[in-house]
Design a binder for this molecule. Sequence first.
Ligand code: NAX
Length: 335
Amino acid sequence: AQTPVTATITGAGGQIGYALLFRIAAGDLLGPDREVRLRLLEIPQGLRSAEGAALELQDGAFPLLRGVEVTDDAAIGFDGCDIALLVGSRPRGPGMERADLLAANAGIFGPQGAAIQEHAAPDVRVVVVGNPANTNALIARAAAPELPDDRFTALTRLDHNRAVGQLAAALDVGAGAIRDVAIWGNHSASQFPDVAHATVDGRPAMQALAERFGGAENAAGWLDDEFVPRVAKRGAEIIEVRGSSSVASAANATIDHVRDWMLGRPADAGWTSAAVVSHGEYGVPEGLVSSFPVTSDGSGYRTVEGLDVDARARARIAASVAELVGEREAVAGLL
Ligand code: NAX
């Protein structure tokens, strides 16, 4: 039998943590043959909640779950960790400026990155979910200089899945019919959800949209006025309707992100989206953690290169990337 995988979840006492833990224990992360050890890393205020989740996990009698440990010590939490799900972060408090938020989170993700370098398995893979996710990932990455760039990612899979969901609903097809949607840039309202290369049942999505909306111009109008803002602001819509932020969909996207990264995507599944460390692809400055269309064969996420990106899309990507540059500048002194 394969050795169990150790997955560390920070913020495990929070809402997304609660949704994630049971999916992982049920085998949704790595399939039905792989045992998992869970490490729940919290701050002292969150320990009781995480301990409660650990009790419930035991009560699930999950055949693949080899143990659960709860701690507020990063050295223990990341010891031998194969997969680090960094969910816990500092939310924006009343009157808090963006720069204060970034700095407060640098104080979390810097030490966590350093602890991962020191204690985790050498081939650890890290996904940052806690916001501001891209820049938190950049900070963690900077604090772990001995680890390669490709170990650090941030979650934009929820944005990707939202885009697929919107497109599928508009075209009245199942989500499985949609391929090759892309999210570019920051996990924020500035992101660019792009369907220029997408297909629906093997046909260009732009063609299907033109039929659906009565012409290419109307389809472009729907994309600009409805699709892009709805995807980019979906988090706010969920809060308004549900009275609480996205939880199960965020946990689901986190599972999708890690599973595709570790196991590879099915050959016919096309791309997905993930925020990865840029090496200058599509003019995104090196070192930024920015969302790109990516593929995975199980050895790592690879940016899809050589796509034809038109001037309008380039401008939208550049605007989101400019926001990431601003975030990096705001934390520059802390890296
Ligand atoms: P909760 O407030 O329910 O849970 C956060 C948990 O993190 C708390 O239990 C807290 O004690 C813990 N925590 C705080 N600092 C910590 C630290 N230094 N080490 C370990 N644990 C720590 O928030 P929840 O709804 O679970 O959301 C978690 C994060 O996900 C937030 O930052 C949220 O903004 C972010 N999201 C990111 C998404 C994405 O697509 N990237 C989408 C969903 C979500 O908004």
